[in-house]
Design a protein. Structure first.
Length: 260
């Protein structure tokens, strides 16, 4: 399949072209999420702080972001911890933006899940913020990530249900969790559904606050996108949680994947 035919490819190319220029969107992100990572979703500062807790800043530490977008989250991680950061994304516009101002501690590659590969035992931590859904073969991609991780390496995944992926019963019945279980891979999981609901409500309020700024930039369609994404914020939490869910998985590399 050509990259242009992949899910949301054209939309993300347009999104990152906008995000690279729009001050209204940058300010929206800072207010709605606590920092500007050019978020298209639910990743606020609290989820980023969870990543920092997994990083050992006392040694050379390598972090890979699967679907890194324009690299702002990775650059923030580097600034906080000094970690070496690596990322790939299928959006050419996103990677072009990520490479701007990047130094030797950062490496950004344009490419798709299932096509990009790295040497074994390359990373201490692999993060996936709303990107595992795009793996053409979830099981095979998990195996690939495990090969990339060093001994005692960690995979951290923020995973949304009810939009790209169908809503399942709970955190242990998601496509991702079932793929892990089929391989005998254990995990820790935190339910972020209430947190994501609160973010969504804040997202709508902040978007409305900056409506005029978006329209002055002629970014009306992106303002409308933000309002559309926040449509569930008008529902009570009980109704929202029946339709959407969000989980954070922490997966430690099992012994069976360690190179001998």
């Amino acid at each position: 399949m050509r990259k242009e035919e992949l899910t949301f490819y054209k939309e993300y190319e347009q999104f990152y072209a906008m995000a690279g220029k729009s001050e209204a969107f940058a300010e929206f992100c800072r207010e709605a999420f606590g920092d500007d990572f050019s978020q298209d979703g639910f990743s606020d500062w609290r989820q980023a702080e969870r990543i920092l807790k997994l990083i050992d800043s006392g040694r050379e530490f390598h972090v890979l972001d699967v679907g890194c977008g324009n690299g702002k989250l990775l650059k923030w991680i580097h600034g906080k911890t000094g970690a070496w950061v690596h990322g790939f994304d299928y959006s050419a516009n996103a990677i072009a933006e990520a490479k701007r101002g990047a130094d030797e501690s950062a490496d950004f590659i344009e490419g798709c899940i299932g096509e990009v590969d790295f040497p074994k035992d390359s990373f201490d931590l692999v993060i996936s913020m709303d990107t595992m859904y795009f793996a053409p073969d979830m099981s095979a991609f998990i195996d690939q990530i495990m090969s990339w991780l060093k001994k005692d390496g960690i995979l951290f995944v923020c995973y949304q249900e009810g939009d790209v992926m169908p809503k399942t019963e709970d955190a242990h019945s998601t496509v991702f969790a079932r793929a892990l279980a089929s391989k005998g891979i254990g995990y820790e999981v935190e339910d972020l559904t209430r947190e994501s609901y609160e973010i969504l409500r804040r997202k709508k309020v902040v978007a409305l606050k900056h409506e005029d700024a978006f329209r002055r930039e002629r970014n009306d369609e992106w303002f409308e996108m933000l309002i559309g994404q926040a449509a569930y914020a008008d529902e009570p939490y009980e109704s929202y949680s029946r339709k959407l869910a969000r989980y954070a998985y922490t997966v430690r590399k099992p012994e069976k994947y360690v190179s001998r």
